[in-house]
Design a binder for this molecule. Structure first.
Ligand code: PLP
Length: 283
């Protein structure tokens, strides 16, 4: 049984309990982060904590990340659970208060928890075969740049992908791709440029996306942050997604049409390797 962290305590997972009045439960009034762990070490920690602090500020959740020893909490979870490879989930809600749409009085303590999930990330069979995806309308709220726990639409889209016999969904506004249901979407143009959606309220600023843009630029690849359509993605040389748990994952089919030769792209796989090297080098 795992040890999890809840409100300052390390407890067995079946002993961790939160109030039914928690605003995370009643209003999805909570933000979260997912970091990956390789060789027992957290990847891109500083960028994840920076985004968490930004999400808290945008939601005006009164919680000071520096008030807790997050590096110590995460190190303890990794150690007690013997985690060598997998993810760490952290969530902070506005806390528990009698049900009211209005936020509770200042001083209501936030509900804070974290847990580990052991899984194989580097040796993912999907990287060998590539993902097949379908596109669906992006019907999420207008502040997708904040990492809130309102994930119902993404969850429904993943079920729709499963029912359609494919791996995931890319979300679109009109015919322009915003991002994957839980990843950022990228393509490599026939000219060899990496294209990914520009930042704004319409997408989550992915930590992996950010690291990968640096890695790509360092290796001489031109990066264009701009909108792209379903048709441009289908006609691209290569396509892939980025996320903390998938790193760089090739996409080989979009709405039934093969991307490139229908196999994971050479550039994509080189970027996947470069990202994993970058992760391992962090120590
Ligand atoms: N976009 C969405 C909607 C996500 O949920 C995620 C990750 O969960 C990402 C993008 C990728 O972000 P990151 O690379 O920080 O994991």
């Amino acid at each position: 049984m795992r040890t999890v962290y809840l409100n300052g305590q390390f407890v067995a997972e079946d002993a961790a309990q939160v109030s039914i009045f928690d605003r995370g439960l009643l209003f999805a009034d909570a933000v979260y982060e997912v970091c990956s762990v390789i060789d027992g070490r957290i990847i891109d920690y500083a960028a994840h904590m920076m985004r968490l602090e930004r999400s808290l500020a945008e939601m005006t959740i009164d919680y000071d990340c520096s008030a807790a020893d997050w590096p110590g909490i995460l190190a303890t979870l990794i150690e007690r659970n013997g985690l060598t490879e997998g993810t760490i989930y952290m969530q902070i809600s506005r806390g528990a208060a009698d049900r009211d749409f209005l936020f509770p009085a200042p001083g209501t303590p936030a509900t804070v928890f974290a847990f580990t999930q052991a899984r194989s990330l580097v040796a993912n069979p999907m990287a060998e075969r590539g993902m097949r995806i379908i596109t669906r309308p992006d019907r999420r709220w207008g502040r997708r740049d904040i990492k809130t726990v309102q994930l119902l639409y993404a969850s429904m889209m993943k079920m729709e992908a499963r029912a359609a016999g494919v791996d995931d969904v890319w979300l679109v506004e009109g015919d322009v791709i915003t991002e994957g249901s839980s990843q950022n979407a990228c393509i490599i143009t026939p000219q060899g440029h990496l294209v990914t959606r520009d930042l704004g309220h319409h997408i989550l600023p992915g930590v992996t996306r950010l690291s990968l843009i640096d890695i790509a630029r360092e290796s001489g690849i031109t990066v264009e942050e701009r909108p792209f359509t379903i048709a441009e993605a289908q006609g691209a040389a290569e396509a892939f997604v980025t996320s903390a748990s998938m790193f760089v994952m090739p996409v080989v089919e979009i709405d039934g049409l093969s991307v490139g030769d229908g196999r994971p792209g050479v550039e994509t796989m080189a970027l996947r390797k470069a990202y994993i090297d970058h992760a391992r080098a962090q120590g």
